[in-house]
Design a protein around this ligand. Structure first.
Ligand SMILES: [Zn+2]
Length: 359
């Protein structure tokens, strides 16, 4: 897989990887939370991207922690890394592009360490299930939405104002997307998309720039029926479905309790692989840049108890977003392994989340 490998059908390429992984790929969890846990200072508009400059070794360590926990896909620290953001800090365009490329390289380095260690080093024997020994390990280049660059929480409202047109969004993302794609990730993750307009911009950019790396489009939802902007999730998913460069479509940074219904809605408009990586169920308050407790849905055990149900509904890439950890990802991987070990009559246990949506 990758550029120039006779790529024809992005969705088919990802389906092949899903099969290789045992019918479900495990995605990693939160990067920012873990970077802070390892001592990184993220009180910065560039958020986790600031560590590309100050602490690349911590990013590499967090990627490795997720791989060790059972992730098949690690996501680069480029969610909030934009050429415009770096340049506003006084970096040259060349330095900015180098940092974007670094985000992919750091993840590739972590993968190399993990794969090497899996055969003979510290990770050997960590995976008790032999069938997963050859599981795919992939690097997804993260592309945060325009709202993530604004760092004002607008990726959770989808309200960019009237002056932000589709062309403006394309111009904002174009060079960044090309630099990330040229660094050779296995996948491109367009994350936390809050509205249909930005999905259309991405879709056109993938075609215009002839990006041959399978992409996924992941939207956020606050109500279980619409993207953050209020655009129906079915319309958003249909944009992804109609783009042949898009391998997968789904939901991230959304309360776990909303995920099942959203999978069913997306399923109605696409046969592409569905990716879900909810947050811990807490709610982000843009004014204070803090997460506050919402009712229920925050425990690792509860989160993992829903994985079987999500998979049965049609999800084939599952991971965690904000405030999740390697423990969450480990629990997801275990839940899937248990499902694999069971026979074809496997039925997931009842999901134990509290589905109240206090925010
Ligand atoms: Zn998130």
């Amino acid at each position: 897989m990758g550029r120039g490998d006779g790529y024809d059908d992005a969705a088919g390429a990802l389906r092949g990887l899903v099969r290789e992984a045992g019918e479900c790929l495990v995605l990693d969890g939160a990067l920012g939370t873990e970077l802070e846990a390892h001592g990184a200072d993220l009180q910065d508009e560039l958020w986790s991207a600031s560590c590309l400059v100050s602490a690349p070794h911590i990013i590499r360590k967090v990627h490795l922690d997720y791989l060790e926990a059972g992730a098949n896909i690690i996501t680069t620290a480029s969610y909030q890394a934009t050429l415009q953001g770096f340049q506003s800090r006084g970096l040259s365009s060349e330095q900015s592009e180098t940092l974007l490329r670094r985000s992919v390289e750091i993840a590739q380095e972590a993968r190399a360490i993990f794969v090497e260690g899996r055969s003979k080093g510290p990770y050997a024997g960590r995976e008790n299930d032999g069938s997963r020994e050859r599981r795919p390990v992939l690097v997804a280049a993260s592309v945060g939405s325009y709202g993530a660059y604004l760092a004002d929480g607008s990726e959770y409202t989808g309200d960019y104002g009237r002056s932000v047109t589709k062309e403006a969004l394309k111009n904002f993302h174009r060079r960044r997307l090309q630099v990330l794609a040229d660094a050779g990730p296995d996948l491109i993750a367009f994350e936390t998309i809050p509205n249909k307009l930005e999905a259309q911009a991405y879709s056109e950019l993938l075609e215009e720039n002839d990006i041959r790396i399978p992409a996924w489009f992941s939207f956020t939802s606050k109500d279980g029926a619409n993207a953050a902007s209020g655009d129906p999730i079915t319309e958003c998913a249909a944009v992804a479905d109609s783009c042949r460069r898009v391998a997968s479509v789904g939901i991230n940074c959304t309360a776990p309790g909303l995920i099942h219904g959203l999978i069913l809605s997306i399923r109605k408009v696409t046969s592409k692989a569905i990716v879900v990586y909810p947050n811990s169920g807490e709610t982000y308050v843009a004014e204070t840049k803090e997460w506050v407790d919402s009712a229920g849905a925050s425990g690792t055990t509860d989160f993992a108890s829903c994985v079987g149900k999500w998979r049965e509904a049609g999800a084939s890439v599952v991971g965690g977003c904000c405030r999740t950890s390697p423990a969450t990802v480990g629990a997801i991987a275990r839940a899937l392994r248990e499902a694999d070990a069971a026979d074809v009559f496997y039925r997931p246990k009842p999901c134990s989340l509290v589905f109240s949506q206090k925010s």
